[in-house]
Design a protein around this ligand. Sequence first.
Ligand SMILES: Nc1ncnc2c1ncn2[C@@H]1O[C@H](COP(=O)(O)OP(=O)(O)OP(=O)(O)O)[C@@H](O)[C@H]1O
Ligand SMILES: [Mg+2]
Length: 413
Amino acid sequence: MTDYEKSENNAHEILVVDDTRISLRLLTRILTNHGYLVRPASDGPLALKSVAVKTPDLILLDVKMPGMDGYEVCRHLKEDAHSREIPVIFISGLGDTSEKLKGFTVGGVDYITKPFAAEEVLARIGMHLHLRELNERLEEKVRERTERLSTANNLLKKEIVERKRMEKERRDSEARLRQHQKLESIGLLAGGVAHEINNPINGIMNYAQLIKDRLNPDNSLIEFADEIIIETDRVAAIVRNLLAFARYENNAQSSARISNIVESSLSLIQTVIRHDQILLETDVPDDLPWIRCRNQQIRQVLMNLMTNARDALNEKYPKYHENKKLKIFSHIFVKQGNKWIRTTVEDHGSGITPEVRDRMFDPFFSTKPRENGTGLGLSISYGIVKEHHGLLHVESEPGQYTQFHMDLPVLDG
Ligand SMILES: Nc1ncnc2c1ncn2[C@@H]1O[C@H](COP(=O)(O)OP(=O)(O)OP(=O)(O)O)[C@@H](O)[C@H]1O
Ligand SMILES: [Mg+2]
C-alpha cells in the first residue's frame, strides 16, 4: 500500500462507472487488491443515484457509455454542491487531445487512456486522493485562521469600545472638576462682592423709603421712589442668594430622612404647583436609610429643582395637560461599594438643549425673563450638593423630558 492510501479500517471508497462488464470487473479487482473499497455502477444514471446516497472519495468514469456519457455525468456531478468536490478521473479509449481537453473542461481532474497499466491507474488515483486530502487540510487551516482572526478582531473591537468609554469617563470627570473649581472661585468672589453691596443697598432702600414718606401722596415722584424700592429689593434678593451660594451660613449637619425633606419642600411649593394645574407624583419611601445633611440646604436644592421643573412645564403647557406632570422619586443604589440615595426630579417639559446644558450651572445664567430668574438656582444647588459629598447631574432630551438627579451618600453607607 502506498503512502497515499488509507489503512484497511478507513479505506478510501472509489466509485467505478463503466458499461463494459469486463472493464468494470478488472478495475474492481485492481483497486480491491490495493485496499480500496469499490462501488461499481454500470451506467451514468446509476452512478448519480449512488453518489446521491453516499459520496465516494473519488470517481473513475468511463467516457463512452450508451445513453448518458461520462462528460454528461461529470457535468451533473459538478452542478451539485454535494458532489462538486469529488475528484473525477476519466477513462477512455479515445486518447486524442481534444477529448482529453473536453474531460478537463467539464471538471475532470485527470484522463487515463485505455488500454491502461494497473500501476498507472493506481498511481494517479493515489496522487489525486492525496491532493484532495492536502486541499481539505488547507481549507481547514484557512478556516481556523479566519476564526482566530475574527476572534482577535472582536477582542479589538471590544477594547476600542472600552477605551472610548474610559476616555468619555475621564472627560466627564474633568468637566465636573473644572465646573467645581469654577464655582468655588466664583463663590468666593461673589461672597466678597455681596458683602460690599449689602450695606449700600440697604442705604438706598432706606433713602427711597424716606423720600416716599416725605412726598405728598398725590406727588407723581412717589412712583419713582416705588420703582427704586422694587429694584433694590431685587438686588437685595440676589445678594441674599449670593451669600447662600458662597455658603456663609454654616449650620451644623444632622441625620435626616430624605422622605421628610421632600415632604417639607413639597409643603412649601404645593400650592403653586396646584395653581398651575401640574400633576404631582411622588415615590419617596419612608424607610430609605438616613443621610447626614443640612436639612435647610437640601430643601433649598429640591425647591430650586422643582421650581425649574414647574417653569419648564408651564413653558410647554400653558394650561392643563395630562402630561403636565412633576415626578419626584428616590431609590438606593451602590457605587464603588458605598450606598447612595438618588432623588430624581423629573418633568416632561421643554427639555434642555446642549447649549443651555453647558452653561446652566454657571451663576447668573438664565434663559428666563428677568423677573422670573436670577440664574443662581442651579449653581447654588450644585455647590450645596457638592459640599454634602454628593453629585447633582442631569439627563435631558430637548422637547421631551428632564431629570435632575441628586445623589447623596448614605450615613455609614
Ligand atoms: N427642568 C428644566 N427644564 C428646562 N430647562 C431647565 C430646567 N432646569 C433648569 N433649566 C435651564 O437652566 C437655566 C438655569 O437654571 P437656574 O435654576 O440656575 O436659573 P433660573 O431658573 O433661570 O433662575 P433662578 O433659579 O435663579 O430663579 C434655566 O434658565 C433654564 O434655561
Ligand atoms: Mg431656577
